[in-house]
Design a protein around this ligand. Structure first.
Ligand code: HH2
Length: 393
């Protein structure tokens, strides 16, 4: 499991552990009592194995029986080699989740065969909302020429991909008829394609029909906040061979903020995403074309969003790269006391940095230049060695 480490020592969470310590297994309820006494950075060691069905047998050596039976989570402490050895004693599903966590998925492949290596650096998705009512920039880029000009600015600032959305999914927003959605999106997509033929474009839609039209018009990725909720969506994505972002939400934007209560927000989100990723695979979408997103602000309280960001790393156990969209959202406003969404840039950048340090490979943002600058620093903290001089990717 350490095979991907370059020869120089790379201090990942995996390697920070006390070399002399035996592997420890604690059930999750034990964490609150035990964690403060553990001399290890146990925050990094909490691995909700949410990919597991709740009956999966987990039987690490020395701790068997009722204490662990039926648990979806365990805490492992040990050196890399100790944990690799321990994985041999776990059920195959648990061992896979542990391996995914230790050696996260890092590649996202596009239909033309090109790909992103997210270890090389995190990627930035710039937001282009072609809507009259988005919470932060509604109405600003509604006509195609304004959308194309905005797209050009974001590309200049360093966006790796532009995410075009024509339906606001802010809390309480009413659904938009797919014909109206495409009437907004189509002209903007065409104008952006014309002005920036080489740009990677994504379409932010819940409707298979809108996705199909956008893919025909040259979109490179489908960003589906309903995670294949529209029955035709999986087939459309699979047929085009494009990557898809699957996001967690409960219900729909109109009602989701009535459903923000969770016993274990990260565990529930992970369980949902594991199930949607399985549905995507069943529809014929390849593993390296799937991105998972915890859906900050979608059926979440401010506390839920913060908990998800803090525990984001645990979602890596699912085996897919992570996308996070915190930009200018209400919980940033609540944390900072800044009411105006467009003025939440610094808080949003902090959230993007936190997401990347906790394992996100892609962030969805309004403020591309500020985010790229901050992520260059954040990435240096998590990556081996300084960036190559003159590196331009
Ligand atoms: N957030 C929004 C829209 N789409 N897609 C993904 N994958 N993840 C997100 O967090 C996400 C998303 C909401 O933000 P925005 O587009 O700025 O606002 P609105 O929905 O009001 O258009």
């Amino acid at each position: 499991m350490t095979a991907h480490h370059p020869p120089a020592f790379v201090p990942r969470a995996w390697d920070l552990w006390d070399p002399g310590r035996a592997v420890r297994f604690l059930e999750p309820e034990g964490l609150a009592a035990e964690a403060p006494r553990l001399p290890l950075p146990c925050r990094a060691l909490s691995i909700p194995l949410a990919a597991l069905p709740s009956h999966a047998p987990v039987s690490p050596p020395g701790l068997r029986g009722p204490a662990l039976r039926g648990r979806r989570s365990l805490i492992l402490c040990g050196t890399g080699p100790e944990l690799a050895a321990a994985a041999a004693h776990l059920s195959p599903a648990a061992a896979r989740a542990l391996a995914n966590y230790a050696d996260p998925a890092r590649r996202l492949r596009f239909a033309d065969g090109s790909s992103w290596d997210l270890d090389e650096r995190p990627r930035v998705m710039g937001i282009v909302n072609v809507t009259p009512d988005s919470f932060s920039d509604g109405g600003s880029f509604l006509d195609a020429a304004a959308a194309a000009a905005h797209a050009g600015r974001l590309l200049e600032e360093g966006a790796d991909l532009l995410d075009l959305g024509a339906e606001s999914t802010r809390p309480g927003a009413a659904p938009v008829d797919p014909r109206e959605e495409w009437a907004r999106l189509g002209p903007a997509l065409a104008a952006i394609r014309r002005a920036h033929p080489g740009a990677r474009l994504s379409v932010d839609t819940r409707r298979a029909e809108v996705a199909r039209r956008a893919l025909d018009a040259g979109a490179d990725l489908v960003n589906d906040v309903a995670a294949l909720g529209d029955p035709g969506m999986g087939e459309v994505v699979a047929a085009a061979g494009v990557p898809v972002a699957l996001m967690h939400m409960r219900g729909d934007p109109a009602t989701m903020q009535l459903r923000t209560g969770y016993d274990d927000v990260a565990g529930e989100v992970a369980g949902f995403l594991a199930q949607r990723a399985a549905a995507a695979r069943e529809a014929g979408i390849a593993d390296d074309r799937i991105l998972l997103d915890p859906g900050l602000g979608f059926a979440k309280s401010a506390e839920g969003n913060v908990a998800l960001l803090a525990q984001l790393r645990s979602l890596l156990s699912l085996g897919y790269p992570l996308l996070v969209g915190a930009s200018r959202k209400r919980f940033i406003g609540l944390l900072t006391g800044v009411a105006e969404p467009a003025a939440r840039v610094a808080g949003s950048v902090a959230a993007a940095v936190a997401a990347v340090l906790e394992g996100a490979g892609v962030v969805r943002v309004h403020d591309v230049a500020a985010t790229r600058q901050a992520l260059a620093v954040a990435h240096a903290l998590r990556a081996p060695g300084p960036p190559e001089r003159g590196a331009s990717r």
